[in-house]
Design a protein around this ligand. Structure first.
Ligand code: FAD
Length: 484
């Protein structure tokens, strides 16, 4: 059918004309787009593994509009795909032909900050960085922190149960959410915007929507936990003789700092060097060459604290114990920024280096060395010359187990191994009692992997929940679980 949007030329679309007209009437002229340039941005997928095919994107301004859109699409049997900042790593926000995107960018208001309850209530389209800043304005902290924070939305963070850099101290997004408001597939609104820290009244509906990747409902608002803002921090970069030493250092640092660790990140020498050669202004923090490096950041919100000397003490004891070969503590914000730039620059540096095959996996912290050793051995057996580039949030057992292409292998030939290598690494992860998705979710990317590795009873329960909440399968079909 054809639809004529106000002020633009006629656009051909396979969507039912009546539904499109009804949605346009609900949302008004600012509330939707069918323009190719605009759609191209929403249909692009961060890793270029999938191509979105949406012909219509909706921009509701409030919960009532989201509910009306859901109801109309449900009645027409047309699927809605929720989208936030479109920074997800698993193709969860990609729409197939005939599906409609619903992007919450206009619902970006901070609704309330409560400095006594230590809570903030926001609309789901609020950008993570704006939430962090709003908390800071009240001398408080919202601790979720990740590389995409300038563009990801809190609704997307909740839908993916994002992890990030501070999980070791504050937990995943799940641990930071007190209440949710959600629009269900048929347009029903569930108001669960609670500030309660204790509420044992039946099944936990909130937890069901967290990490559901838009397959059970559209999150429209949330109440978040805030914390006292750290007043002091100290950041160190250390050279490690091996991965086991990283775990000894972590255990030592947890004890010696009174669990003040906000981040504990590990990277191989290859990962560090890649950043220094590819990312502008990254400077080698330590002259000492070592197979592994770690970054530790400790924070305190006490008015007076000398964290630099606390961290110095940790490094001294680690040197004595043989856990580290060398270490340095950032003496200025500039030096600290350099350390973070190295850590956060690894994915970009890998892209600049060529093809990479990636895994976002977790194992018990104690099994990280086994994972890395077995994984590297298996990868080298499958693809001689492959360059392992593992890094990540080792403090919570989450390794981004990435590999760069061999120097002399064409990119396409290397990437053809993607699925085989995934299976190799995921088999090792499963053998160590780990997870094939630590923090990025399942999306479209890992639907088959989930079925392969999960307990069949879990798949049965996931299907039963999907059937109960979205029997017509009009909410983000084909993501997380294949539902007929
Ligand atoms: P989108 O990508 O738009 O959507 C992701 C999923 O959530 C989709 O399934 C979508 O349908 C669903 N969704 C979005 N909004 C809603 C809503 N309102 N209601 C219901 N469902 C919704 N992730 C980490 O966990 N840790 C990291 O350290 C990390 N670092 C990153 C660094 C970079 C540079 C980049 C690009 C990404 C990183 N990510 C990381 C991945 C990504 O940023 C997170 O998954 C983020 O939480 C996604 O938010 P988004 O708003 O972009 O969601």
């Amino acid at each position: 059918s054809t639809v004529t949007p106000a002020g633009s030329s006629t656009i051909a679309t396979n969507l039912p004309a009546r539904l499109v007209a009804e949605l346009q009437a609900v949302l008004g002229p600012r509330g939707w787009s069918m323009e190719q340039d605009v759609l191209a941005k929403h249909n692009r997928e961060a890793r270029n593994k999938f191509t979105g095919m949406a012909e219509l994107v909706l921009y509701p301004a409030n919960t009532g509009e989201v509910a009306q859109c859901a109801r109309l699409c449900h009645e027409a049997g047309i699927a809605l795909v929720p989208q936030g900042g479109n920074t997800g790593r698993c193709g969860g926000a990609v729409a197939d032909p005939g599906q409609i995107l619903i992007n919450l960018a206009r619902m970006d208001k901070i609704l309330e900050t409560d400095a006594r309850d230590f809570t903030m209530t926001v609309q789901a389209g609020a950008i993570l960085h704006h939430i962090q800043q709003a908390a800071e304005d009240h001398d408080l902290l919202f601790p979720l922190s990740l590389g995409a924070q300038g563009s990801c939305q809190i609704g997307g963070n909740i839908a993916t149960n994002a992890g990030g850099l501070n999980v070791i101290r504050y937990g995943n997004t799940r641990d930071l959410v007190l209440g949710l408001e959600v629009v269900l597939a048929d347009g029903t609104v569930w108001n669960g915007l609670s500030k309660l820290r204790k509420d044992n009244t039946g099944y936990d509906l909130r937890d069901m929507f967290i990490g559901a990747e838009g397959t059970l409902g559209i999150i429209t608002a949330c109440t978040l936990k805030l914390f006292p803002r750290p007043r002091h921090l100290a950041t160190a970069w250390v050279a490690l003789p091996g991965i086991e030493a990283a775990l000894d250092l972590l255990a030592l640092a947890r004890r010696e700092t009174g669990d003040a660790i906000a981040a504990f990140e590990l990277m191989s020498q290859f990962a560090q060097d890649l950043c220094i050669s590819h990312i502008q202004n990254c400077i080698t923090p330590l002259e000492t060459r070592a197979p592994w490096y770690a970054m530790i950041e400790i924070t305190s919100s006490r008015p007076r604290d000398d964290l630099a000397s606390v961290l110095e003490g940790v490094l001294e004891r680690a040197l004595e114990g043989g856990f580290i070969l060398d270490g340095t503590i950032a003496q200025s914000e500039k030096q600290r920024a350099n350390l973070w730039a190295i850590r956060e620059g690894i994915p970009e540096a890998q892209t600049l280096e060529g093809g990479s095959i990636k895994h976002d996996v977790s194992v018990p912290v104690s099994a990280v060395p086994a994972l890395i050793e077995q994984g590297i051995k298996q990868a080298q057996k499958r693809i001689p010359g492959i360059r392992p580039c593992p890094f990540g949030h080792v403090g919570d057992g989450n390794i981004h187990f990435n590999f760069s292409q061999p120097e002399n292998m064409p990119k396409a030939e290397f990437l053809a191994h993607w699925e085989d290598l995934n299976r190799d690494i995921h088999d090792i992860v499963a053998g160590l009692g780990g997870s094939i998705s630590a923090e990025h979710g399942i999306g479209r990317l890992k639907v088959d992997e989930l079925v392969h590795y999960a307990d069949p009873a879990k798949i049965k329960l996931l299907a039963a929940i999907k059937q109960a909440l979205d029997p017509q399968n009009t909410l983000n079909p084909g993501k997380v679980i294949n539902h007929k």
